[in-house]
Design a protein. Structure first.
Length: 161
């Protein structure tokens, strides 16, 4: 039995509010905002993040991502951003998040996770304010390397102005 299956009933007892959060153990893990409109990709990213010790908060569209970022005062260790979404693309969403984060006084890295793989796509992501670009398909090792690189960077950048 894995540790989560063993601890889950105990953790649920700690949660008297009835919301989706299940106790201190789960809350204490760093949270990654996953901005992705595809349910399958949401599940895959959540699985990978949990595998490496992170908690995923899903935003199914750009507007929800901006709202979550504002509501949680930008308190995410990383944002994984899909490029192509229905309401607004990931490039515009990134620019809006960068505007909002100026009010919080800390920097949150944003990494594009996208199937777009043209030569200039990486440059477009960086120009929009993203920090990196992970092209699909990627391996678990590539994903882990991206997490190692970016999930610990929060607050270390002085580019907020």
């Amino acid at each position: 039995m894995n540790y989560r299956a063993h601890l889950l009933p105990t953790l649920r007892q700690w949660n008297s509010t009835g919301n989706a959060r299940i106790g201190f153990f789960m809350e204490s893990r760093p949270t990654v905002l996953v901005v992705e409109d595809n349910k399958t990709e949401q599940k895959l990213l959540t699985f990978l993040l949990e595998r490496y010790g992170y908690r995923a908060q899903i935003a199914a569209d750009a507007a929800s991502a901006i709202e979550a970022f504002e509501r949680d005062n930008g308190n995410f260790c990383l944002i994984l951003m899909d490029w192509q979404m229905h309401d607004m693309d990931g490039l515009e969403c990134t620019q809006r998040v960068r505007e909002v984060q100026k009010h919080f006084g800390r920097y949150t890295p944003i990494v594009a996770v996208t199937a777009r793989a043209m030569l200039d796509d990486r440059q477009k992501c960086l120009a929009s304010g993203m920090d990196d670009y992970l092209s699909k398909p990627y391996t678990p090792a590539q994903f882990a390397n991206m997490l190692t690189t970016w999930a610990s960077v929060q607050g270390d950048r002085s580019l907020i102005g």
